[in-house]
Design a binder for this molecule. Sequence first.
Ligand code: UD1
Length: 405
Amino acid sequence: MKLRIVSVVGARPNFMKLAPVDRELAKRGDVEHVIVHTGQHYDPEMSAAFFEELWIPAPDYHLGVGSGSHASQTAAIMQRLEPVLTRTRPDVVLVYGDVNSTLAAALVAAKLGLRVGHVEAGLRSGDWTMPEEINRVVTDRLSALLFLPSREAGRNLLAEGVPGDRMHFVGNVMIDSLCWALSRVVERNAAAQRGLSDRGYVVVTLHRPSNVDDPATLGTLLDALHCLSRDLPVVFPVHPRAKQRLRDAGLTPGRNGGDLRLIEPVGYLEMLSLVASAALVVTDSGGLQEETTFLGVPCLTVRPNTERPITCIHGTNRLVPPHRDALLEAAGRAMERRPPVRPMIERWDGRAAERIARVLCEDECFDVEAVDQVSDMAPELPELEDRAPGQMRRAGMFATKEVLT
Ligand code: UD1
């Protein structure tokens, strides 16, 4: 009998985590993989574009929940998902990341007595004001299979008393997607298409409630971006939530001699292409902290904390407060200290989904305490070797750490 696995996704950052897992499961004749889209994100550029670019098959079920308050959105997903899971009775329900769809699906599955697998388990910011932190903690508690992107994620879970035998240190599925897409990302050359020069511009994404919901904070950030854009063009694909808040606050990019470009949200390949050639990324996204670290692009995260501290310790990420002068100063420093080599992070190697499939289908274990005989290495990425020819493998993360601290 085939192993039946249901993946539940709903918001933009879920899709690049689902794609490599779906590709791995599709290779196996003994697995039936069912995809459920909750409809948390629904604009074509927030959803359908990602399915297309990441070659994800059309969802088997679309719950069409749309936007709403946290409670109403979570409740709508739960109500509409329950009959689907009751009908399909999967062996495992996979949930991804930390959005409301993740939590809602984990709750429904756990209460139906189904095994939940959490892809990207164990991340913690310790910041309970963020809805994502609540989603992460509760989802992990409900999950029988915890797929960790890093060893520190395992340490977080052990500290909470989670049994080690639920954990599998598989690596980072976001990086799987990035590796898979990289040759097309390089070909795309989004910077040139927008008249920007290589490493001669800044990419910005801001959408967290803490940055966009308060008009004063949003105004300060826009002011800082204006200032930054007097030195380098600043490209800011605006998330629908941020767009709404800018409109509500009556904030528009003025003409003050700078080059601040507010554009519509861009797809996965275009975004990565813009990021890969940027001088700097300013963001509050979780995924971009990881992608910039992998690509060796300096990143400033406008938040007081991060659930991905590995990107600050070993990578290119730095936290900054939403203050104009702090942000401008940090931007200057980050660009000066661009690492000469790409950081290498254990099991961020393009093979996380393969390990997840081995756990699901072959009962294999990836013990978080086990140390590999042969250290994991970054995959061959010839397109990026120009950053430091010949040095990438030798220098590893330590060289980067020295340069950045
Ligand atoms: C959600 C996630 C957040 C993630 C982000 C990525 C939660 C709690 N938050 O935040 O972790 O970083 O997605 O994008 O799950 N909207 C549209 N079109 C859409 C989707 C949303 O216009 O396709 C607008 C609606 O006005 C909506 C608002 O954006 O109310 C917020 O959407 P929602 O999914 O609730 O949260 P995000 O801010 O997108």
